[in-house]
Design a binder for this molecule. Structure first.
Ligand code: DC
Length: 228
């Protein structure tokens, strides 16, 4: 079996990361969550005064880029990989509401994207990697052997996200979550820098009516076909 690159792109809250993590664990590949990298840059910006309220200072961010080092290290307790920013574990912080609310503008900045893409390509030099994001099959690894575009109906994604938020004790409504998802879809797919779009040679996997187990099986089969 040859080692390949697996690129999973798609809409927010459609379970890409869960799929990508499960597949990587099953086949013994490295997993990289590219969204976590944009989240880490956002956290750095919040903590270092690069955001003034909602306003991003692009000059300050450009100067700071050389001081932002992002790594992933396995967490023996969870068996998953955690995100590190300049040597500190920031996995929990980057999943909070403040980062989630500010990451979209950061992910539209060209020099941020170029720096992240360079690092993502280095992670993939030896292949044997599953990476999820928005531009993995189109920009980061246009020659990936397996590309999957994951999606689900907005209402289905909103319900899943609502269940997650409620489990964390957050007080919100279905309508609010659905609005946020539609808004994020629009920003992700209409931005000028690397918009979310399906690569011409990507398989579409709509998991609206699939269980996690069913979608994992479909993905595993695709992997087996491509790596043989
Ligand atoms: O997948 P996520 O929600 O953790 O992504 C966080 C943000 O980063 C989201 O606004 C989309 C953006 N992103 C991106 O522009 N390109 C990627 N490869 C991954 C994420």
């Amino acid at each position: 079996m040859k080692k390949i690159i697996i690129a999973l792109d798609g809409h927010s809250s459609c379970g890409k990361s869960t799929m990508a993590k499960d597949l990587a664990a099953k086949i013994g590949y490295k997993y990289i969550d590219s969204g976590a990298m944009y989240r880490a840059v956002t956290l750095y910006s919040i903590e270092n005064g690069i955001f003034k309220g909602e306003q991003l200072n692009p000059d300050a961010l450009e100067k700071a880029m050389d001081h932002i080092k992002i790594d992933f290290h396995p967490n023996p307790e969870t068996g998953k990989s955690d995100t590190y920013l300049n040597g500190k574990n920031v996995e929990k912080k980057i999943r909070g509401m403040e980062v989630a609310g500010k990451v979209s503008p950061i992910a539209t900045v060209g020099f941020v994207r170029r720096a992240m893409v360079r690092q993502q390509q280095e992670f993939g030099m030896e292949k044997g990697i599953v990476m999820d994001g928005r531009d993995i099959g189109t920009v980061v690894f246009p020659h990936a052997e397996l590309k999957v575009f994951v999606t689900a109906r907005p209402e289905v994604r909103a319900q899943r996200r609502l269940d997650e938020l409620k489990a964390k004790g957050e007080d919100t409504t279905f309508e609010e979550v659905l609005d946020n998802i539609k808004q994020r879809d629009l920003i992700d797919s209409t931005r000028s820098e690397s918009p979310l779009r399906k690569a011409d040679d990507a398989f579409v996997l709509d998991n609206s009516d699939l269980t996690i187990d069913e979608q994992n099986k479909i993905l595993l089969k695709m992997f087996q076909e491509k790596s043989n």
